[in-house]
Ligand binder design. Sequence first.
Ligand code: FUB
Length: 446
Amino acid sequence: MLRQKLLLLLLLLISTKTLLAQNPLVTHMFTADPTARVFDGKLYIYPSHDIVPPKNVKAPRFCMPDYHIFSLEEGITLKDHGPILDQNEVPWGKKNTYGMWAPDCIKKENMYYYYYPAPPKDESSFRRIGVGVSKSPTGPFKWEKNYIKGISGIDPGLFIDDDNKTYLYFGGGQDLFVSQLKDNMKEIASKPIKIQGLPSGYKEGSFTFKKDGIYYFTFAHVFPQEGYTIGYATSDNPKGPFTYRGKIMDNISNGTNHHSIVNYKGDWILFYHWWDISGYNKLRSIRADYVTFMKDGTIKKVKPTLRGIGTAIIGDTIHMDRHSDIVNAKVDFVGGNEPTGWMVSNTKMKSSVRFNRVNFGKGEATKIKARIACGQRIASFEIYIDKLKGQKIAEFPVEYTGGWNTWKTIETNLLEKTTGIHDIIIVFKSEWNVDKIANLNWIKLE
Ligand code: FUB
């Protein structure tokens, strides 16, 4: 089943022109716990790595042998720089434990410090936190011979304040902790303190950042009924006390949700994980979606999308199955005379599908193409921008293409000259209330 799913995903990728960063972001391996960082304008992701347990290994909770680093190249491809540290290279680590959980990396005075948790060979704790230093964000790192003394726990998260003080947050359990680090970044300057003001319940995977003078402390938070969510709290001090503000993301199904939030080229982005490819919550895949901050500093809840991040431009094949929202329709496998992939199907009366951030440029696009398969003649679909009842830019009377599996490219002129970046919403309509209006694979502005 897993192999079948991987094969299908691979086929989809071959037949798809990639717009920047659709979800999941990495498909050649399993990745989890994404800490994203922007160093000198460039985006890096420091995730952990899930694998299928090798035959001779009794599967631990997660099977995580090493770390890879990814960088976003030319806004389009994620380059894999790993593995940068194997479990058996940890100087103080216990061998073959497959316990390389969520890491982080931070830049201070032109050096990069990579923090990671691992089971120690002295068995003094479940996890200790080690550090390596490099001149480059992608390594190679020089690994410290010993773990950081005075702390233990999982999920190191770093934050450097405007006054250059560095804080190391860590832990998983009912409580989370913070210690200030010395300037050498390898020792604690203050004993760990418990972070005050957080709600009850299991918490882990914290990520701290500052925006408009507010310290945001975000964390994976388990509610007894709902399971893992991503929550956040705010403060005027990086060590707290914090005030819980609510959820950034609801539970997406039963498993962990480790995340980070960064500003990349003016947009706030949430990086998180799910198990799109494997369907199994110990073989995860990293994802990204935009985050919106409200005027009062609160965060609008993020809905996980297949669409991911990035902007489509004129001439791009916009695969509508990778939507940012869908109402009353489904995504299904394409059949017939079309290369393998996914389509939007079951398009009932007034169903709709949205694709966000399409750049119309200076208004150069004059027509729009759509790839459809249709077994009836009495319907239409209309294209709006930004809102369901927003400006209509195109209308396609549905054509009978020979059947629901017979694909044809149709085109129409744009009704309005449109400029700048907009969401596209396709609305399916039928006066006869037919239960299937058209199967839609992709659209393209030209
Ligand atoms: O990936 C292993 C552990 O699962 C992480 O350290 C936690 O945050 C959770 O995602």
